[in-house]
Design a protein around this ligand. Sequence first.
Ligand code: ZN
Length: 266
Amino acid sequence: MPELPEVEAVVRKLRQEAVGAVISGAVVFRPRTTYPQPPDKLEEVVGRTIRAVERRGKNIVVSFDADLALRIHLRMTGNLYVIPDASLRRHTVRALLTFEDRRAMVFDDPRVLGTMHVHSAEELEEKLACVGVDPLSRAFTRQRFVEAARASRRPVKLFLMDQSPICGLGNIYAAEALFRARIHPGKPAGKLRAAKLADLHAAIRKVLREAIPAAIRSYRTPGDHAGVEYFVYARMGEPCRVCDRNIRRIAQAGRSTYFCPHCQRA
Ligand SMILES: [Zn+2]
């Protein structure tokens, strides 16, 4: 599943290619992608110019002139990119905006779990209101992080993955940040000492910042993490890169958590 660095990679590429483009047509091939909005609502952006492409947590916001925006969530398998000609689209493209210069921005989503919606600026803010603080934004201060953690009784890994206090961290980077900060994933967030929380705050920013260039290089299709070397994620039974002991896996809320039992003691 694309996490924050992959979504950021998609946004940066799209920003370079799509800003300034004028929309000449809109087609939805799978109504499920725009549900509950009717597919023809996408036609509201025809004739408009793309002004900005931004990331809000794991949402992608494509803004047009005249107070309109598209909010896209890639979910498990989605990808959003520009192709040189609409006729060259893959069969897994679920919605498409053609540009006046024949290029097209396509929403490619093999499993049809992603979503694409048209909003006014006001509606957009309402939809994004419950999205927590972005860990790469200035608003993600150490103090704010410590306060949110102190208020949580959940195991720290689940606290990190809950999108309402902090948005954008998923299974991979939550595990990697905990490893860097040498914190056991099962430890209650609210019981961590201030110094540990400060380490974790710094580790979150570091792992995400480091992952973005790798995502830009390697993110072609969702699920593709080629070229990225993790410390713990998906490395069960392999030696820890720091202490050489075997990485372990536990289940937390139905998901696998990877950690080093030596570097991250309970
Ligand atoms: Zn270790």
